[in-house]
Design a protein around this ligand. Structure first.
Ligand code: IPM
Ligand code: MG
Length: 361
């Protein structure tokens, strides 16, 4: 059986990091006897330029047939002056909604080789391994009504709707509990139930679902406290589950704890385990096209793809171990380099991962 993969290189450094990840994917697939059918399509700014829409119909047709999608990054200064509804980011939101990718998994893992890169003291983050599970297709990002309107008195006002149905909360909660069961057995649900009714319901539903997962230790935390705890004592967390906007914010905080956003992969899954995999970092237009970008987050996104969508956990582990071996050897792209490290470019980092896969085979 061949796996249908769609690559969406996107904007900025996206094409460079996806190119290296594609090499790694093809290589590990060959090593593990996986057959891939790989296509490429436009998403984001490049799609606006070439096809007049951030998520064009041609991309949609391929994406809907895919088993898994690998995305680089979208957006850049070139499109920053467009109205909100036409920006490259809308392409990302559109594909998430179209494929019902409701579950966003964002691991924040501190590589021991990079312990000094964190902005926190090494002892606070040594061994850090948090998984943020963010609801991705609901909440205030998608709630209606939304817009900017003029009041009767002539003043303009902007408005969005923060809304969650019980079924939306339940499905993300169940997934988070299942993941917590496989990890450290602890789940923190993050809300603002002291102020927002929508998250009162969130807390109620998560608590109800907990009855089916008695081996998971559930706690609830207000989002402001969670933000504080993440930078105060992050190792208290195992899995965190939260809604779309809180997850957006907390996952960037958690990423920074590792000191190396260029290392962090993510997965966005639907109920059929079709997934969109992407690095947590953005399109970094300032270094695009200079062979400076760190491809490891995208390569680690390939590992997540192998694990969650292609049912190839051994190949996934092989990629993760190859990345770790490359870090052991002292190779670093500029974003994660200390003074004593060998700084290499995007392509050389891809070369090194491919070589490490061979060395381990
Ligand atoms: C992310 C990004 C996106 C989001 C933007 C680019 C729409 O910040 O994936 O976290 O807010 O979800
Ligand atoms: Mg974000």
């Amino acid at each position: 059986m061949s796996h249908k993969i769609v690559l969406l290189p996107g904007d900025g450094i996206g094409p460079e990091v996806v190119a290296q990840a594609e090499r790694v994917l093809r290589h590990v697939a060959q090593q593990h006897g996986l057959t891939l059918d790989i296509a490429e399509a436009d998403l984001g700014g490049i799609a606006i330029d070439r096809q007049g829409a951030a998520y064009p119909a041609s991309t949609q047709a391929l994406a809907r047939e895919a088993d898994a999608i690998l995305l680089g990054a979208v957006g850049g200064p070139k499109w920053d002056t467009l109205p909100a509804a036409e920006r490259p980011e809308r392409g990302l939101l559109a594909i998430r909604a179209d494929l019902d990718l409701f579950a966003n998994l964002r691991p924040a893992l501190l590589y021991p080789q990079l312990a000094d890169a964190s902005s926190l003291k090494a002892e606070l983050v040594a061994g850090l391994d948090i998984l943020i599970v963010r609801e991705l297709t609901g909440g205030i990002y998608f709630g209606e009504p939304r817009g900017i309107r003029t009041r009767e008195d002539g003043e303009r006002e902007g408005f969005n709707t923060y809304i969650y149905r019980e079924s939306e909360i339940e499905r993300i909660a169940r997934l988070a509990f299942t993941l917590a069961e496989k990890r450290g057995g602890r789940l923190t649900s993050v809300d603002k139930a002291n102020v927002l009714e929508v998250t009162q319901l969130w807390r109620e539903v998560v608590s109800r679902v907990a009855a089916d997962y008695t081996n998971v230790d559930l706690s609830h935390m207000y989002v402001d406290n969670a933000a504080m705890q993440l930078v105060r004592a992050p190792k208290q967390f195992d899995v965190m589950v939260t809604g779309n906007i809180f997850g957006d914010i907390l996952s960037d905080t958690a990423a920074m704890l590792t000191g190396s956003i260029g290392m962090l992969p993510s997965a966005s899954l639907n109920a059929d385990a079709c997934g969109l995999y992407e690095p947590v970092h953005g399109s970094a237009p300032d270094i695009a096209g200079q062979d400076k970008a760190n491809p490891l987050a995208t390569i680690l996104s390939v590992a997540m793809m192998l694990r969650y969508s292609l049912n190839a956990p051994e190949a996934a582990t092989a990629v993760e171990q190859a990345v770790s071996a490359v870090l052991d050897s002292g190779l670093r792209t500029g974003d994660i380099a200390g003074t004593a490290d060998k700084v290499v470019g995007t392509v050389a980092m891809g070369d090194a991962v491919v070589a490490a896969l061979d060395a381990a085979a």
